[in-house]
Ligand binder design. Structure first.
Ligand code: SF4
Length: 497
C-alpha cells in the first residue's frame, strides 16, 4: 500500500500507529502515569498516581513527554523524576511494589468502611435561619422527632459497621430539643458498643441556645463532645442566624463559655456557614474565631442547592466564595507569621493529602466518595440517606439518595442494595470524565449528590461544576502559596504536626 494511501486510511479509520510510535524506550526512559497543572504563568506542578508532586518551570511536562530530559544535563530533575515515580529506566519500574503500597495507604480509609453515623434526632428548631433546610418551629414531637424504635434500629445498623471506631452524631433541627432521646441513644449505644467491641465518639451538634449546666454535666459524664455554630461576629452571626426575640450570637457565646468551663477548653468545636452577607467580612470572621479562643476555623461555603437557596439573598457564585476564602486565608497566614498557631481546616485537609502519604476522612474529599463509605444518615422519620446533603434534598421531596428505611430495610439492602450499587458506578474520580486526567485527582474527591443537585446528573460535568471550580482553585492556590513563599510552606507543614 502506498504511504499516501496508508495516511488516508488512518485518517478515515483512526488505525493504530506503527509500533515504533508507541516505543517509550527511545528517550532512554519510560513514562509512568502522572498529570500536570499550570499553577501560574511561570510554574506548573507534576503529580503522580499517589499524589507525590514536583513544582517545575512551565514547559517541563512537555519536555518530559517528548523525551527531552537528559540524565546528565538535567541531573537533578532527572533524579527527582526517577525517585518520585514519574519516569522509569525500565519498562516495569523496580519500585512498582513501593508505588502500589503507597496507593494502598492512600485508600486505607476504605478498609474500615462507614464510621460516621448521623442521627437526625429532631427536625424541630427554635431558630428561623434563612439558609437552613429546617424552618419548623413546631412543637409537634411525634411528627418531627426520631422515634425510640428508629433510634434502636439505627444503633443496630451502626453496630454492623465493620469499623471498630465509630462516631454517633446527633443533628437537628436543634438536637437539644430532643435531649431525652439523645440520652436514650447514647446509653443504648454504650451498652451495645461493649457487646460488639466498638469505640464510639459521641457528638451533639447544636446552636447552643438551649445548653444548660445539667446537659453539660451529663455530656461530661458520658464523654460527649459539642459542635456549635458560630458564623462570625455578632452583626454577621445574628444576620445569618435568627432567633425570635433573642440574639443567637449572645446565646452562642454564653454557651461556648459554659461548655469550656464544664467540659474543658478543647471540648467544643465550631462551624461557620458563609452566606452572601458573610462574604463582606472575611477578616472580621477570622478574628472572631481567634478572639474567642479557637485555634482554627473551617471556611465553609453555603450548600449551593436545596432549601438554602430558596432565599435570593443567600445566593452567590463560587468565585465570590473563592475571593472570600483567599482574603480570609491570607489573614490566617498573617496571624501565623506572628507566631500564633491558627489553622484553616479545609486547607489543612488538602495539605494532608498533598504533603503526607495519608488520606482524610472528610466526605467531600474522598474517592471513592465519602457517602456510604464514610457516612450514613438516619433521618428523623426513619429514612436512610447517603449524606447529610441528600437528606436535605429529601426536604425538597427529592429522594434520589434515599437508600432505605429503618423500619424494614436490612443492613445489606441499605449498604449493598441496587441504589448503592448505582451510586458506586460514578463515585470514584479516577474513572469519571474530567477528573480521570486531572492532576488534582488525588487531592480532590467525588460527590454524586452535588452533581445531581446542581447539574441534574449524578455523573456531573466538570467544566461548569461548582464543586470542581472550588476545589481546583483552592488546590492551585495552595500550591502557588507554598511555591512562592517558604515561610508559608513552613506554616502549612506546622499545621500537620
Ligand atoms: S472535581 Fe475538578 S479538581 Fe476535582 S479531581 Fe475532578 S477535575 Fe480535578
Amino acid at each position: 500500500m502506498m504511504d499516501a494511501e496508508i495516511v488516508k486510511r488512518r485518517k478515515a479509520f483512526r488505525e493504530f500507529q506503527d509500533f515504533d510510535y508507541y516505543d517509550q524506550s527511545k528517550g532512554h526512559y519510560y513514562l509512568m502515569p502522572f498529570n500536570f497543572h499550570r499553577i501560574n504563568d511561570e510554574r506548573e506542578v507534576l503529580v503522580n498516581e499517589v499524589g507525590d508532586f514536583l513544582m517545575v518551570d512551565n514547559g517541563t511536562f512537555e519536555k518530559i513527554v517528548n523525551r527531552k530530559i537528559n540524565k546528565y544535563d538535567d541531573k537533578s530533575l532527572y533524579e527527582d523524576l526517577i525517585s518520585n515515580f514519574f519516569i522509569s529506566e525500565e519498562v516495569y519500574s523496580p519500585n512498582i511494589d513501593l508505588l502500589s503500597n503507597r496507593y494502598r495507604t492512600k485508600k486505607l480509609f476504605l478498609d474500615s468502611f462507614t464510621a460516621l453515623h448521623i442521627f437526625v434526632i429532631s427536625l424541630r428548631c427554635e431558630h428561623t435561619c434563612s439558609y437552613c433546610q429546617v424552618s419548623r418551629v413546631t412543637q409537634n414531637k411525634d411528627k418531627f422527632d426520631m422515634s425510640i424504635s428508629h433510634i434502636d434500629k439505627g444503633i443496630d445498623i451502626m453496630m454492623r459497621s465493620p469499623n471498630k471506631y465509630l462516631t454517633m452524631e446527633f443533628q437537628g433541627g436543634e438536637a437539644l430539643l430532643a435531649f431525652e432521646n439523645i440520652k436514650y441513644g447514647v446509653k443504648k449505644a454504650q451498652a451495645e458498643a461493649l457487646k460488639f467491641g466498638k469505640e464510639i465518639n459521641y457528638v451533639i451538634c447544636t446552636n447552643l441556645a438551649l445548653i444548660t449546666e445539667e446537659i453539660l454535666f451529663w455530656c461530661k459524664e458520658n464523654s460527649v463532645l459539642v459542635s456549635a455554630s458560630l458564623d462570625g461576629p455578632k452583626h454577621v452571626h445574628d444576620t445569618n442566624r435568627t432567633k425570635p426575640h433573642a440574639s443567637s450570637y449572645d446565646l452562642a457565646i454564653k454557651g461556648i463559655e459554659l461548655t469550656r468551663k464544664i467540659l474543658g477548653e478543647d471540648s467544643i468545636s465550631a462551624l461557620m456557614t458563609t452566606t452572601s452577607h458573610s462574604l463582606k467580612y472575611p477578616i472580621e470572621i477570622v478574628d472572631e474565631y481567634l478572639n474567642r479562643g479557637f485555634n482554627g476555623i473551617f471556611l465553609r461555603n453555603i450548600s449551593p442547592y436545596g432549601f438554602a437557596l430558596r432565599t435570593e439573598k443567600n445566593k452567590y457564585n463560587t468565585q465570590d466564595f473563592l475571593d472570600f476564602y483567599k482574603v480570609a486565608l491570607n489573614r490566617i497566614l498573617e496571624i501565623n507569621k506572628t507566631g500564633v498557631l491558627f489553622i484553616e481546616e479545609f486547607t489543612r485537609l488538602i495539605l494532608t493529602k498533598v504533603l503526607t502519604p495519608f488520606n482524610v476522612s472528610f466526605v467531600d474529599l474522598q474517592s471513592p466518595a465519602g457517602l456510604i463509605n464514610g457516612v450514613i444518615v438516619f433521618n428523623y422519620d426513619g429514612g436512610v440517606y447517603a449524606t447529610d446533603e441528600s437528606r436535605m434534598l429529601a426536604e425538597e421531596n427529592d429522594h434520589s439518595f434515599r437508600l432505605g428505611n429503618l423500619d424494614d430495610s436490612t443492613y445489606d439492602e441499605i449498604f449493598y442494595g441496587n441504589k448503592s450499587q448505582r451510586i458506586a458506578q460514578i463515585w470514584a474520580n479516577e474513572t469519571i470524565a474530567g477528573c480521570a486526567d486531572c492532576a488534582f485527582q488525588q487531592y480532590c474527591g467525588a460527590d454524586p449528590v452535588h452533581n445531581w443537585a446542581t447539574q441534574g446528573d449524578v455523573y456531573g460535568y466538570r467544566p461548569n461544576s461548582s464543586f470542581c471550580q472550588k476545589n481546583m482553585e483552592i488546590i492551585r492556590y495552595v500550591f502557588e502559596l507554598m511555591d512562592s513563599d517558604t515561610e508559608v510552606k513552613k506554616i502549612f507543614e506546622n499545621w500537620l504536626k
